[in-house]
Design a protein around this ligand. Structure first.
Ligand SMILES: [Zn+2]
Length: 164
């Protein structure tokens, strides 16, 4: 090691410089703990960055999933299967199950916003759940994709909503 004042080489671990008498050891002792703290801080920073990146990637995937028409159809069919099961059991007003069904249709729409039949099935489900405002919102979404969609226009008329 070297004396921080006079720069001469001195014995490793000595407390004072043997040439100028400057106290050297406390500085040498401080360095490792400071380095340790810095290392700890940078690991923490890396961890925070990793968590932020991972959660924003998940959020991105949730809000902007890659369009996947096949997977979209799968969820739509799953919802339809539950619906027909409910119809067969006369349980079409089972709100809990209807919530499940509308979640399936919503997933289908997230995976493929152009899946208009999933949007229509979602509207039926909202109507079965007596959720008119959600149904109207979804009709608006269909009309955004296709302003001349017969189904949406008829539904809008039925629900007494004036064309915006
Ligand atoms: Zn010295």
């Amino acid at each position: 090691m070297f004396c921080p004042k006079c720069g001469k080489q001195i014995q490793e671990g000595s407390q004072f410089c043997e040439y100028c008498g400057t106290r050297v050891s406390p500085i040498e002792e401080l360095k490792p703990s400071r380095r340790k703290r810095r290392k700890w801080l940078s690991s923490l920073l890396i961890l925070i960055i990793a968590v932020v990146l991972a959660s924003s990637a998940l959020a991105y995937l949730y809000f902007f999933p890659r369009v996947n028409p096949e997977k979209s159809k799968e969820y739509e069919n799953q919802g339809l299967a539950t619906l027909s099961q409910l119809a067969a059991q006369n349980g079409i007003m089972d709100q809990e199950k209807l919530k499940e069904v509308s979640n399936d249709f919503q997933r289908a729409i997230r995976l493929d916003p152009d899946n208009l039949s999933a949007r229509k099935n979602l509207i039926y489900t909202y109507l079965l759940s007596d959720d008119l405002s959600e149904a109207q919102k979804e009709i608006g979404e269909i009309l955004k994709v296709n302003p001349n969609d017969d189904f949406a226009l008829k539904m809008q008329e039925l629900l007494g909503e004036e064309t915006p």
